[in-house]
Ligand binder design. Structure first.
Ligand code: C5P
Ligand code: C5P
Ligand code: C5P
Ligand code: ZN
Length: 512
């Protein structure tokens, strides 16, 4: 079988075979949109391969978390969206015979190797822009379908029925009499290609779409999803909320490209829409972008571009009004689940508030009313992001030579301070020409650090993963991540020393 990412194929097959050899598996994943989709992909692949498993989520895979995992009586642990950066800790447990790790991750690996380690960075693929944790998990899921197909009843995974938690053998009777319909959807399920939609949600949630679209291995996964009938892509308005926001709110809240008289301007947005010769209300309610016809969309988009041009928005910015949209074609129109970007925000709204179970339920097809609960959490998440961005913009960031920073104390939750920092970049007083470092209180002893850069700074040599790792270890903490976005934990009181060290390292990176 040629997998979705040929470079990773051999390793993926080795990992899949190892999972098939396990009696049961502990699946451990990270608490954000990418971590949740990684887990949801792995969970469905394990279910379909009839490998029993249990799922746990961790905010961070530190020494304590790995020790707790080792204390369970699972012999095989599948780590998704983390594990590579903690290979030193994990390796010690492996050596001690606590468990065999299987890792599908895209973070910078620690200085150690293990046999069942699937990571794009080991094969020359960029883990910050070409493959996410969910993408790595998808590559594994595809391999799992292929190898478990060989090993088990070849028709099991294609029967479309409820997946069973017990391993089936070909001698067991099948409820449908063993006749497999060769419809496209059933095929996509049989080889796990239907899971490409979740992989794209993970990549978008990790902000891997740069310049308006996904690249590299991610683009290959998109193609598989389109073939499998679970994804549609095309150029569309690059605004957040095309599925769920009423049109005036869609325009008012869209601030990535500022359009004078519309962005951040409730009445302006209303006047703009009223001025178009279209029926944009139905039963007194504003319609949503996703419900417009192609012609209606064209009319609104052209008027928006015209307005941007006439109010002096630079051409380069205007280009950013259009990007590639990733639509989950099997989800209902007008729901968060249909748009990869809205879906990923919905997931962050659960996982970053200790409700990863809710997000996982959503990914697995709205189990136990998870979607309604997730929507409540989303309202809270939006409020927190907006308050956080206001706070940071009001107080501004402290400028050092090469970095800028702020300390949110207990005013912003440590699990979302990085998202806030990234979204605030470019606002008044927060430059896009220096990376931003954000601190938030974690507990009585520790401070959480999040850092965000831009792709342009990365091209100039910035690697925040190295900055967070080195600067945190210099003050008795630990950290890592990606070149463009990374984090750390440091002892409380070490913030100033940390900033000084980080400032030096960034200075060195950008000068060489
Ligand atoms: O742990 P993980 O890799 O899943 O998280 C990546 C984080 O980095 C996400 O919160 C994402 O929003 C952030 N990121 C960013 N800008 C980028 C790439 C990633 O803020 N260009
Ligand atoms: O929360 P998350 O990091 O997934 O958000 C991804 C992007 O979605 C943000 O950078 C922002 O541009 C957009 N967003 C938004 N309004 C929200 C949440 C997210 O515009 N309420
Ligand atoms: O928490 P935050 O959103 O700032 O994380 C940014 C990136 O850094 C994520 O990919 C996260 O997994 C990584 N990170 C890490 N080690 C830490 C904290 C964050 O590798 N201690
Ligand atoms: Zn990730």
């Amino acid at each position: 079988m040629a997998g979705p990412v040929p470079e990773l194929e051999d390793r993926a097959v080795a990992c899949a075979n190892r999972l098939c050899a396990a009696d049961r598996v502990l699946l451990a994943s990270h608490i954000d949109a990418d971590g949740l989709t990684s887990a949801a992909i792995a969970a469905q692949a394990l279910e379909r391969a009839a490998i029993p498993f249990e799922t746990v989520f961790e905010k961070q895979l530190d020494e304590d978390a790995v020790t707790a995992i080792a204390a369970t009586d699972y012999d095989t642990v599948l780590f998704t969206d983390f594990g590579s950066g903690q290979l030193d800790i994990i390796g010690d447990h492996e050596d001690a015979g606590d468990f065999t790790p299987v890792i599908a991750d895209h973070h910078q690996p620690a200085d150690r190797e293990t046999e069942f380690h699937l990571n794009p960075l080991l094969f020359g693929i960029n883990g910050a822009s070409e493959l996410s944790g969910a993408g790595a998990s998808y590559v594994l899921a595809r391999a799992l379908a292929a190898v478990s197909d060989d090993e088990l009843d070849p028709s099991v995974a294609a029967d479309g029925g409820e997946p069973s938690q017990t391993r089936r053998t070909s001698s067991e009777p099948r409820s449908d009499g063993g006749i497999v319909t060769a419809s496209g959807a059933a095929n996509a399920r049989a080889d796990n290609r239907d899971l490409a939609a979740l992989a794209v949600v993970g990549a978008v949630g990790d902000m891997q779409a740069s310049g308006g679209e996904l690249h590299g291995a991610n683009a290959g996964i998109v193609e598989e999803g389109v073939d499998a009938g679970v994804l549609e892509t095309g150029k569309d308005l690059a605004l957040y909320g095309k599925q769920t926001r009423p049109l005036p709110k869609l325009l008012e809240y869209a601030t990535d490209v500022h359009i004078p008289g519309i962005s951040n301007d409730e009445n302006g947005a209303l006047r703009f829409l009223d001025g178009l010769d279209l029926e944009l209300k139905r039963d007194g309610e504003w319609r949503r972008w996703a419900g417009l016809t192609k012609d209606e969309k064209q009319t609104v988009a052209s008027a928006l571009v015209q307005r941007a041009v006439s109010s002096g928005v630079p051409a380069k910015k205007i280009d950013q009004l259009v990007s590639t949209a990733y639509v989950l074609s099997e989800e209902p129109v007008g729901t968060e689940l249909r748009d990869a970007s809205e879906f990923s925000t919905l997931l962050n709204a659960t996982a970053r508030y200790e409700r990863a179970d809710v997000g996982l339920g959503v990914c697995l097809g709205d189990r136990d009313g998870a979607l309604e609960r997730a929507r409540q959490l989303l309202r809270e998440h939006r409020r927190n992001l907006s308050n956080g961005i206001d706070l940071v913009t009001r107080e501004g960031a402290t400028q050092e030579d090469h970095v800028q920073w702020f300390h949110a104390g207990d005013e912003i939750r440590e699990t979302i301070v990085g998202i806030v920092a990234g979204m605030a970049m470019g606002n008044q007083g927060i430059s896009r020409s220096k990376p931003i470092i954000a601190f938030a209180e974690k507990n009585d002893e520790e401070t959480k650090v999040s850092s965000r850069g831009t792709h342009s700074l990365v091209r100039q040599g910035l690697d925040l993963s190295a900055v967070m790792g080195k600067a945190s270890r210099a003050v008795g903490g630990d950290g890592g991540g990606h070149d463009v976005a990374a984090g750390a934990t440091v002892p409380k009181g070490q913030e100033k020393a940390f900033v000084e060290r980080a400032d030096e390292i960034v200075g060195e990176q950008l000068s060489s």
